[in-house]
Design a binder for this molecule. Structure first.
Ligand code: ADP
Ligand code: MG
Length: 729
């Protein structure tokens, strides 16, 4: 066994960087090569079809069947010209990944041969078997129909030899079975609501776009080491492993030099990204050893999310070419930082205004404050829901752990913005609009743009931070579909902006001036949503107590956190935004609980197996070597002398024996707890049982095994250790 460990460690340490096939062209020549973007559309579609398609995309209109046929024909020609042989509707089922079902372009020609065909009908709609995807009981297998429907707002692309068409996935009765359909609905609702409010400041605004710039954190592990760790292979995280003597305490990894093997991987990945139109831009080391980050230039939220999902599958593929495995799990290694996927989110108008960026004029600043304050109010009202939107069996290891955002949602504003809001709250209208020249509101706001855009006042401990011209939702997990967070956030903000507009409109109807009406409502919101504002250290224990006093949601049990989706106010909010019906919410929660249970179930099985079949036998082998030694010592040196010489060994034998027996007991207990939990029918109750009875056993087992790792002879320890897994050479 240990032979395997030493072989894989040697293999990993000897590995050299893989050569990357760097294109001879510059990025601007291959960027978007495999994307059916507007340039390809213009090239492959008749002018009238191109115009109709672009119009439908820009104005969110539907396409006629004729046009769809024409688009399909052009798309097929482009795809075939680029080597595609199959096409697939590409969608985001309620797993953390994407789904594809490939069909060849071929059709029988009636003369014993085939033609390559692709019709508008196949482009627009298909019928994958919905019963095989998580659906929370909306589908039963007898009525398994589900439809995937073309999302014209996200361009088709070629992956390998397959033309992929982004689609939404809905049931026969119209309920969404995916992340994309509700995301599109949430984006629409925030578009409408924000446009209404933005028109107070500029009547020419017709649309507001939601933007997303995700930062993807990940770990890399050498593939030989990875395959010698069944826990990594099966669950994506290490279920055991004693902390390495050195990990991140010297803070020497963050922004450090990138190892050459990793550098090659990143370059290769970026080239692939660019060919697929993913604007990958930034890369750096992260805090933990072997941890890295990739960030693109932000894009419209739906497209950005498609790109993130595509990136996650590209990463896995490219990593293999470099003899790495990618770990997207939120907490692959205990004791070092976990991985998140910071969601940088903003709203912008079609007139080019970033609504969370301070303005250059008094009115611009009033608009900025209006939008920021409404976000605060929305996040305050729905803080429990926003937490639920990022919660999962994997992310809960990261939230609430001491080096991660806590399982409490709060907003960081920074010193300047906090001061400005305080000033607004305590000011009178006369003061504020006593404007001299073009300087700005008399808040000293003329200085805002310069200072705030360069907001260096970063607080890494906040789960939701204002960062100069956007909000950064940091609590999102590295393996998650960003849509979950983006659906809740955009819909919640839409609801709040609608409330706000109703109130302001009614003040205006009562004869108040617009600015006065806006300011009065802004002041109310500032004072009402104070509880969500926290600029201090989010990792501290004092904050947990303080947050509870403020009435923020402090629940840490993932299975209970999901309940927030089914509160009256969430159901109402999603209904009004047209994002989810109550039935959809209930079904989706069933899926969440089921997923939670299944992930822990798999981990528990793997852990039980590793404990009993890998670790315990090795520990017992070492124990018997020691026993042998003690007996021999005592034979050689009789009496007190022999006893003294073997005392340490006897202690170790006792300790090993006790750890082994406790491990066995705990594994038996864990198996029993699983059996009991598995008999529970209600998904929520089952998830709770897993949380309350299975997880604690797993934690204890790990503790015993990690102790054993320090006692047992290194030569025979079966699994690669943290110090071997974590430092790529
Ligand atoms: P950090 O310093 O937080 O690590 P990064 O440069 O790694 O920042 O990532 C910042 C992300 O935020 C990028 O994806 C960037 O495109 C995105 N971003 C910048 N401005 C905006 C904005 N206005 N709206 C949404 N995302 C934005
Ligand atoms: Mg970053």
């Amino acid at each position: 066994m240990s032979k395997l460990r030493f072989r894989v460690v040697e293999e990993a340490y000897n590995r050299k960087a893989v050569d990357v096939a760097i294109p001879t062209e510059r990025p601007n020549q291959y960027y978007g090569k495999y994307v059916f973007n507007r340039q390809k559309m213009a090239q492959y579609l008749p002018q009238s079809v191109y115009d109709a398609l672009v119009n439908a995309i820009d104005n969110k209109e539907s396409l006629s069947r004729d046009i769809a046929d024409s688009v399909a024909e052009g798309m097929k020609r482009w795809a075939i010209d680029n080597g595609a042989r199959h096409y697939s509707h590409w969608f985001h089922p309620l797993t953390d990944g994407t789904a594809e079902k490939h069909d060849a372009f071929i059709d029988l020609d009636g003369k014993g041969g085939v033609v390559e065909e692709f019709s508008g009908k196949l482009l627009v709609q298909q019928e994958p078997d919905a019963s095989s995807f998580p659906n929370g009981g909306i589908r039963n297998t007898f009525e398994a129909r589900g439809y995937s429907v073309w999302d014209i707002s996200s361009p088709a692309f070629i992956l390998g030899k397959t033309l992929c068409i982004p689609t939404i996935f809905i049931s026969y009765t119209g309920e969404s079975l995916d992340y994309k359909a509700p995301l599109l609905r949430a984006i629409n609702s925030v578009d409408k609501a924000a446009t209404g409010v933005a028109q107070y400041f500029d009547p020419n605004v017709k649309h507001v776009t939601s933007f997303l710039g995700w930062e993807q954190e990940y770990f890399l592990v050498d593939e030989s080491l990875y395959s010698a760790r069944p826990d990594l292979v099966m669950t994506g995280r290490t279920l055991m492993g004693h902390e390495s003597a050195k990990n991140q305490q010297l803070e020497d990894h963050y922004f450090g030099a990138i190892p050459s093997r990793v550098d090659a991987f990143m370059l290769d990945l970026e080239i692939e990204c660019h060919k697929l139109g993913i604007p990958a831009k930034t890369r750096h080391n992260e805090v933990a050893p072997n941890q890295f980050e990739l960030a693109p230039i932000f894009e419209e939220t739906n497209l950005a999310n498609d790109h993130n999902l595509l990136l996650m599958s590209l990463m896995a593929e490219v990593a293999r070419r470099h003899n790495f495995r990618i770990l997207l799990h939120e907490k692959p290694f205990a004791g070092v930082n976990g991985s998140g996927k910071h969601n940088n989110w903003s709203l912008g108008t079609d007139t080019g205004i970033q609504l969370f960026a301070p303005g250059k004029t008094p009115i611009g600043n009033l608009q900025f404050i209006t939008f920021v304050v409404n976000v605060m109010a929305a996040v305050h009202r729905h803080n429990g829901l926003l937490k639920a939107s990022i919660m999962s069996a994997t992310n809960c290891h990261r939230l609430g752990a001491n080096e991660a955002p806590p399982a409490i949602i709060s907003i960081f504003l920074g010193k300047q913005l906090s001061e400005i809001l305080e000033k607004v709250e305590n000011s009178t209208n006369d003061e504020l609009f006593n404007v001299s020249g073009k300087e700005g509101l008399s808040l000293g706001m003329s200085q805002i743009p310069e200072i705030m855009v360069d907001n260096t006042d970063r607080n890494r401990t906040s789960p939701f931070a204002f960062t100069g011209n956007r909000f950064e939702f940091r609590a999102v997990g590295s393996s998650a579909n960003c849509a979950s967070a983006m659906i809740a956030l955009n819909a919640a903000v839409a609801e709040q902006l609608n409330y706000f507009k109703e109130k302001v409109d009614s003040r205006i109807a009562n004869g108040e001036k617009l600015n006065h009406a806006l300011l009065e409502e802004i002041k109310k919101l500032i004072s009402q949503s104070k509880a969500i504002h926290f600029d201090g250290n989010g990792y501290s224990n004092e904050w947990k107590e303080e947050a509870a006093r403020r009435g923020l949601d402090c629940e840490t049990n993932a299975a209970k956190i999901f309940d927030a989706y089914l509160s009256e106010q969430s159901i109402e909010m999603f209904r009004k935004a047209g994002v989810f019906t109550k039935i959809e919410l209930e079904a989706r929660n069933e899926v969440k609980w089921e997923m939670y249970t299944k992930k822990i179930q798999i981990e528990a099985r793997v852990l039980g197996d590793l404990a009993i079949n890998h670790v315990v036998p090795v520990a017992m082998r070492y124990q018997s070597i020691l026993v042998d030694n003690v007996l021999k010592l005592r034979t050689l040196f009789s009496g007190e002398k022999g006893e003294t010489m073997s005392t340490q060994d006897v202690n170790t034998i006792e300790s090993i024996a006790s750890h082994v027996s406790k491990t066995k007991d705990e594994v038996a207990k864990m198996i029993e707890a699983r059996k009991v939990a598995n008999r529970i029918e209600c998904e929520r109750e089952k998830a709770l049982a897993y949380h309350d009875t299975v997880v604690p056993c797993m934690e204890k087992i790990r503790e015993y095994i990690d102790d054993l790792e320090l006692m047992v002879d290194n030569e025979i320890w079966p699994l690669p250790k943290y110090r071997e897994l974590l430092f790529i050479r």
